[in-house]
Design a protein around this ligand. Structure first.
Ligand code: ZN
Length: 365
């Protein structure tokens, strides 16, 4: 992974490159960013940069032997540790093939994507991992650069593992760099946090997401819509891109019109259409509805400048905010939220759809 392969985030890239230029590479760094951030991608790009044999001002060269090995996640001086399962002695190194293909598919995958890939329900980082690591770090680096340890989802370190790691962090071997990649700091031992330098990875901006989605063969309009819905979360953006279709808005708008008119002749066949969709699509449509109603709420409460919509969606929000009873808006939002909950728990989609249609129709009167 190179910095230039990651969309946007110039501010963070600059400060990471700066640590190398100024000779301020902290030996333990905590790449902290929520789900869908580039925390892992940036840690990989940083590791590549640190060991690149022909560093450019703002990125690794991508061509030297070190960069080539890094791009294949096969650098002998770089150790990857991540949650696994299947007993105390099942270590990350046994899962390198899956890890390589996982990172190659998308560095924005979350823990459940990973566990699904290796076919387990729960994962953690067992103590044996730390023991092996200590032995490995006692050896000299193969290629003369930094020995780098990348721990992904470091919040899943078993307590014993974390304590063993703590000892290494207190007396770090020379030329060794620890990059801990975490999504949530709550589970991490405070003693570990205090021995690392935090690198805060912000969410992607909406423009950065649009810029990225533009490379994925979607219309500008659709890219903007997905960026809006995913709220800076690349994982979510890619998920929506995969499952949703362009027609969500038109379908949703039509549904709301039929509710408003209490047109049962149309609502019943719509319920069948809704029922025929996949569960993910049903949830996607309800999520979309929720975000539109939140915009209506904003719009009618003087937040016109905060509205992020354009074209059809904006017209819809403007029209609807005059047609709808504001006192009932919160209840409509709650109703959609509950429907999402029931769909997720496998309630019959057709019944849920008709139920909420009638509730919404009543609340719109
Ligand atoms: Zn290089």
């Amino acid at each position: 992974m190179l910095f230039r392969e990651i969309t946007g985030l110039q501010d963070i890239k600059q400060s990471l490159v700066g640590t190398v230029a100024n000779n301020h590479v902290a030996h333990a760094q905590l790449f902290h960013g929520g789900e869908g951030t580039a925390n892992l991608a940036l840690a990989l790009a940083y590791a590549t940069y640190v060991n690149c044999e022909n560093k450019q001002a703002d990125d690794a060269c991508g061509k030297c032997p070190s960069c080539l090995k890094m791009s294949k996640l096969a650098h002998p001086d770089v150790t990857y540790i991540f949650p696994t399962a299947g007993g105390k002695s099942v270590l990350s190194e046994n899962f390198m093939a899956q890890w390589r293909s996982f990172v190659k598919e998308t560095p924005f995958g979350n823990l459940s994507d990973w566990l699904e890939k290796i076919g387990v329900k729960q994962g953690n980082i067992p103590a044996e991992e730390a023991r092996q690591l200590i032995q490995k770090l006692a050896l000299k680096s193969y290629e003369g650069g930094y020995k780098i340890v990348i721990i992904w989802q470091a919040e899943y370190l078993h307590n014993t593992t974390a304590n063993a790691l703590l000892k290494i962090l207190e007396e770090p071997p020379e030329q060794t760099l620890f990059l801990l990649v975490v999504s949530s700091m709550e589970r991490l031992l405070t003693t570990i946090i205090s021995r690392t330098q935090r690198v805060a990875i912000r969410k992607f901006s909406e423009n950065e997401l649009v810029q990225y989605l533009a490379t994925k063969d979607v219309s500008q309009e659709r890219a903007r819509q997905i960026a809006f819905l995913s709220e800076g979360n690349m994982h979510k953006a890619l998920e929506i891109l995969e499952k949703a279709e362009d027609t969500d808005h038109a379908w949703f708008a039509n549904w709301m019109r039929m509710c408003y008119a209490l047109n049962l002749q149309k609502l019943v066949p719509m319920a069948d259409e809704f029922d025929a969709r996949s569960k993910e699509q049903q949830k996607g449509l309800l999520e979309y509805g929720l975000s539109i109603f939140r915009e209506i709420f904003l719009y009618s409460n003087g937040g016109q400048n905060l509205i992020r919509l354009e074209n059809d969606e904006l017209v819809f929000v403007q029209r609807f905010s005059t047609a709808i009873n504001m006192n009932n808006l919160e209840q409509i939002i709650d109703t959609l939220g509950e429907a999402f909950y029931h769909i997720e728990r496998n309630a019959r989609a057709k019944i849920v759809f008709l139920d909420i249609s009638l509730i919404i129709a009543r609340l719109m009167k």
